[in-house]
Design a protein around this ligand. Sequence first.
Ligand SMILES: [Mn+2]
Length: 506
Amino acid sequence: MRLRELETYKKIMVQCHDNPDADALASGFGLYRYFGSKGICVSLIYSGPFRIQKSNLVLMVDELKIPVEYVEQNEFTPLTEDELLITVDCQYGAGNVTKLPASNVAVIDHHQLEVEKLPLMFMDASCGSCSTIVWRLLLQEGFDANRDEELATALYYGLYTDTNQLGEIYNPYDKDMRDELQFDQSIIMRLKNSNFSLSELEIAGIALIRCIYNEANRYAVVKAEPCDPNILGMISDLMLQVNTVDTCVVYSNLTDGIKMSVRSCIKEVRADELARFLTKGIGTGGGHIVKAGGFISRHCYDEHYQKVSLETYFSQRLDEYFAGFDIVYAKDREADISGMQKYKKCRVPLGFVKSSSILPVGTPVLIRTLKGDVDASVSDDIYIMIGTLGEVYPISREIFERSYDVTGASYRIDIDYSPTIKDMRSGRSHSLMQSAYECVEKNETQVYAKPITKAVKVFPLWDDDRYMLGKKEDYLAVRADDLNDIFVVEKDIFDRSYERLEENES
Ligand SMILES: [Mn+2]
């Protein structure tokens, strides 16, 4: 999706998520200024139970003249056929944004996809901020944010606040934006130092006086009086820095539900997964690996847990969470294959592309992989593999030639997201599918596998930092020729890709 495709609408409303943060405001502001420059009637709005009150956000809105308006859900006039609603830093229909009635909706976001795919969507979960995505979309249309210092400052601050003060930047686009934006230094300095009001500091202080601490699982639970959800985030950021705390939940009990902030600094617990676990069936939760949040609806909570205090709820659920999974570090031990059956992997054709068939040798490129985006340089020795689900990863020519046979056919798969290779010099993306050919593995892979009966987190040989979560009924598998090569296969993929071997075949 490009911004110019959206210019046909008569009126555009850009909506930030409820409780907008600096990133939502900045990205919305970018779109506001862009469509405004095209003479389109545009407005920037947000809804939800709270008005913006956090001191740095009030300052940001005032200083950078961000024309954001609050709208009441039940007073909202539905958008008509020739009007468009764009949600930024959130997805239309997700739990953190009020669903406003509109016939046409576009989504621009940097979180994991959590709703049905829409035709008008620009998502990139590898970006540290939504501001970065908007900055890219603006550049694509020749709109340079540096011509507008207020906008440049807002985008910079959006990235700053969403990446733990620029400390968690991995994506090259984030780096580019950080390096290229010409922002107002004095405003950024004031924003950095306006995080709390005195009364919010008091709320944080009181909250921190007492916490529930679980020594066995090294988690902490903290209750805060009702406050801006961003304050919860700051309390949890502080909690996480305590030497004996690995995981924490900070919550506040509001009239319509319970707002929470979740943090984890250990690789064995993903904050987004924990937030989903704590809100399962009674609310929504999600976010990133280290930082996440969630909301439990009052109505659902009372229906299921009316007699349970919140303190008890969180402690019990956290205990259930920690007791509910086993951990396997593949590199530390061989799999116990007792109780496992032997299977062979069906030789499903895969796709491959010679990188130098798309771009000249030496071009710096960004290849999107399952793990994130990787930088590479086009070379005759780099091939790009394409899996059956459209997942992409680079492979050296030498390993390729050793492991695969080329069939000569073109590679065709039916997928939503067509993988691309991005020329980092021109910023242009090229489809990989057009140049993809088919190959099959030379050798048959045999594995031992069994259905999972208790959730397991497997740190596979090839990734020490990120676990594969195996849920009940998925399969725990290990290569027959390397009992350390342990991994998880989702049930339906397993059923499709593996065939049971009879005893005499193995
Ligand atoms: Mn964001």
